[in-house]
Design a protein around this ligand. Structure first.
Ligand code: ZN
Length: 248
């Protein structure tokens, strides 16, 4: 074997060895990537955080207090407190947010009767959401089930917008971990009767944070530390979803 042949052989061996190492590394990377990569990234996440505005809807407000506990605690004020905290946390994490209301007011634009103003309020909320480019809606509410005063915990509902069901799954998972320990809930599709959620043209979830028909939970829902815990769980779920996570 001449010197040239030896050099060619060494080159061949080196090339084969390099190719083998390259294949192993890329193969491992592919396996790891496939393991980490979500099967389906929601449309809003695929757009990138810069293109998305998280519209936060504190349900009810003003003369429309929403659900009321037996001792007079109104849903609208808890919704507002949780929404402010949620907006602050998401902004802290670099997200763009828009609060539909920042005070205890109804956002109606017309109406002579309370019913007319309520209709105007909900239509106006739909307009705000649909006019916001790249919007994802997080609607914040409190539940009430007077027939079962022990029922408690947070539950998420999704609309038919692309990625909303995935978002609901991850936010529910975050709430189950932070709030619903031993009382885990499944996310559900929003009933057809909820006007806002069925008339916005963007991915939307509605979070029922707790039950005002449960006196223990009502007390908790008024605590700033618990409101922060709720907001942190929702924000975490949103950010996990934005990063591509899915809950089977
Ligand atoms: Zn409500």
């Amino acid at each position: 074997m001449g010197v040239l042949s030896v050099i060619v052989l060494i080159h061949k061996r080196f090339l084969l060895g390099s190719l083998l190492v390259f294949c192993c590394v890329t193969g491992l990377a592919a396996v790891l990537y496939a393991g980490l990569r979500p099967a389906c990234v929601p449309a809003f996440a695929a757009q990138g955080a810069d293109a998305v505005t998280v519209v936060i809807d504190p349900g009810h407000g003003g003369e429309d207090g929403g659900a009321v506990s037996p001792d007079g605690v109104m849903e609208s004020q808890i919704n507002l407190a949780v929404s402010h905290r949620l907006s602050d946390l998401l902004r802290f994490a670099g997200q763009r947010t828009l609060l539909i209301r920042t005070e205890d007011v109804s956002v109606h634009t017309e109406g002579d009767t309370m019913r007319a103003r309520k209709v105007s309020d909900i239509h106006h909320r739909v307009e705000i959401v649909n006019a916001t480019e790249g919007a994802v809606l997080l609607s914040i509410h409190q539940n009430s089930l007077p027939s079962s005063r022990v029922t408690h915990g947070a539950q998420v509902f999704w609309n038919t917008g692309e990625g909303a069901e995935t978002l609901a799954g991850v936010v529910q998972d975050a709430l189950n971990t932070a709030i619903n320990t031993g009382n885990e809930k499944l996310p559900r599709k929003i009933p057809a009767t909820i006007y806002l959620m069925n008339h916005v043209t963007v991915p939307a979830i509605l979070v029922e944070c707790g039950f005002l028909s449960n006196s223990t939970e009502t007390a908790r829902l008024q605590e700033p530390s618990y409101q922060l815990k709720l907001a942190a769980a929702i924000a975490t779920g949103y950010l996990r979803c934005l990063a591509g996570e899915e809950v089977p």
